[in-house]
Design a protein around this ligand. Structure first.
Ligand SMILES: [Zn+2]
Length: 307
């Protein structure tokens, strides 16, 4: 089964992770712009980060046969630094129009401060202007209220719920998210919050309409195979294959495909993998290593092994 991981911070992951994801069937992933673990203190570092996720990281994924897309936005934590936030807002429209950018995100609330609210709203307006989908990061604290409020604000701004993916749902928020017509994302975290066994129970209860599974893997304890492991467990536990295919592939494509930047042909007719390729003069290879070169269609017909 082909899989999409629509929330993966690959900038913090290793090449082993790319290899494992490719081997598990991940054909495409989306890297949302987010916070990097500590606050950025200059607009320039934020701009370079955005350049990396639309540039080098896209190249790096391609070297493992995975198509890489991203979302751009000012995250809620850093929205609280007004000087930085203003600078990032000036740059965002330029990045939002770059190839492979499928949404404005991840935006929304962290501590639900007035500044977070201000920049959430201005980014919703940007998304609407550019006709791009929105990826919403719902807060970990006070989640239920923060999730409802995020959807209230989208409605206030007249945003079509079908253009909004509300991520990091749980059992407490899913019913409302679906009932209001938004896409409901679920991030699968090992042994905390939302594990894949809990996810399977949600699928049993709600089916697959407008539900999207992602790994949200980043620099913290997380699993880049969150989508693949959930798909496998769901099938083992009797969830219909069509449902699994929807939540681990098709829904993400339908939701983010609305950007016009993400199409099935991108991975059905992929370019060959050629690790001799360079990006701005740089390679993923290290001293003396044999490059892996592979024509489209070679994949998954054999055990992928890069020595
Ligand atoms: Zn994230």
């Amino acid at each position: 089964m082909m899989l999409i991981d629509p929330h993966a911070h690959m900038i913090s992951r290793t090449t082993d992770d790319y290899q494992a994801m490719a081997d598990a069937g991940v054909v495409a992933l989306i890297e949302p712009a987010f916070w990097v673990g500590q606050p950025r203190t200059f607009v320039g570092t934020y701009v370079d980060y955005l350049s990396t996720i639309v540039g080098w990281e896209r190249f790096r994924a391609g070297q493992f046969g995975i198509r890489h897309y991203c979302t751009v936005g000012l995250n809620s934590k850093e929205a609280n630094n007004e000087e930085l936030a203003e600078g990032v807002m000036d740059w965002l429209p330029r990045f939002a129009l770059k190839e492979g950018v499928v949404a404005i995100g991840e935006i929304g609330y962290d501590e639900q401060t007035p500044l977070e609210d201000k920049y959430f709203r201005s980014q919703l307006e940007l998304a609407e202007e550019l006709n791009l989908p929105v990826m919403i990061h719902t807060p970990h604290r006070d989640k239920k209220r923060g999730t409802s409020r995020s959807m209230d604000v989208c409605e206030e701004h007249g945003i079509d719920p079908g253009m909004v993916i509300v991520d990091h749902n749980n059992e407490e928020t899913v019913a409302e998210t679906l009932q209001r017509g938004f896409w409901a994302g679920f991030s699968i975290y090992p042994s905390t919050k939302m594990g894949n066994a809990r996810m399977v129970e949600i699928l049993r209860q709600y089916g697959g309409e407008r539900i999207i599974v992602d790994s949200a893997c980043d620099w913290g304890i997380s699993d880049c195979l969150g989508v693949a492991k959930t798909a496998q467990l769901a099938l083992e536990r009797g969830i219909p294959k069509e449902t699994v295919q929807k939540v681990c592939y098709q829904n993400a494509l339908d939701a983010y495909g609305q950007s016009g930047q993400m199409k099935e042909e991108d991975w059905l007719e992929p370019p060959a993998i050629d690790q001799r390729t360079l990006f701005e003069g740089n390679s993923i290879l290290r001293g003396g290593r044999e490059p892996h070169i592979e024509e489209p269609g070679d994949r998954r017909q054999r055990n992928l092994l890069i020595e």
